[in-house]
Each structure stands twice: as C-alpha cells, then as structure tokens.
Design a protein. Structure first.
Length: 94
C-alpha cells in the first residue's frame, strides 16, 4: 500500500533481506501509483519493474534497479530510448 519494495534471499534456511535500506516507489518514481510486476534476477543483483502512474495506467517503461550500484535505469518503449535515473530524480539521456 505504501509502495515499499522488499526483496529477500530465500536460498538458505533464514530469509535474508537483499535491500538494506527500504525505499518507497513514491520516492523512486515520478507519478507513482503502484507496482504492476516485479521480477528479480537469479543472482539477486537486479530487479525489473513495471509500474502504473497515479491514474493506475501503465507508464510504458521497463525499470531495472541495480542494487549494488543503487541505480535505476529505464527503457521507454514508446520513445525507444534508455534513461538513467539518479537519486535526485533527474533524468539523464544515455
């Protein structure tokens, strides 16, 4: 409900959190509404996200979150371009 993403490594007996600091989707994305789909890579280094805007309409981008570098990259299918999203919510064309 609050847009927080929690990811755990369940390959061992005790679940271990992969993300040390919880972050809300409202802080990470502009016009965030909800997470439609989230898939983690097999090695636990990346998370792929598809989100909806405040109007609950899919925004047409695939977001890839690199946990080690703490960077989010987006691929805009409508404009066919890749962007790197920084912590300050600035968009830089790659």
């Amino acid at each position: 409900m609050n847009g927080y993403i929690k990811i755990y490594d369940i390959s061992r007996h005790e679940p271990k959190s992969i993300i040390q600091t919880l972050k809300s989707g409202y802080d990470l994305f502009e016009n965030f509404g909800e997470i439609i789909m989230a898939k983690c890579s097999p090695n636990g280094k990346y998370l792929a996200l598809i989100i909806a805007t405040e109007n609950l309409i899919p925004d047409g981008k695939l977001y890839i979150w690199d946990f080690e570098k703490d960077l989010i990259t987006s691929y805009d299918y409508i404009r066919n371009e890749m962007n790197l999203l920084s912590e300050k919510k600035e968009t830089v064309a790659r």
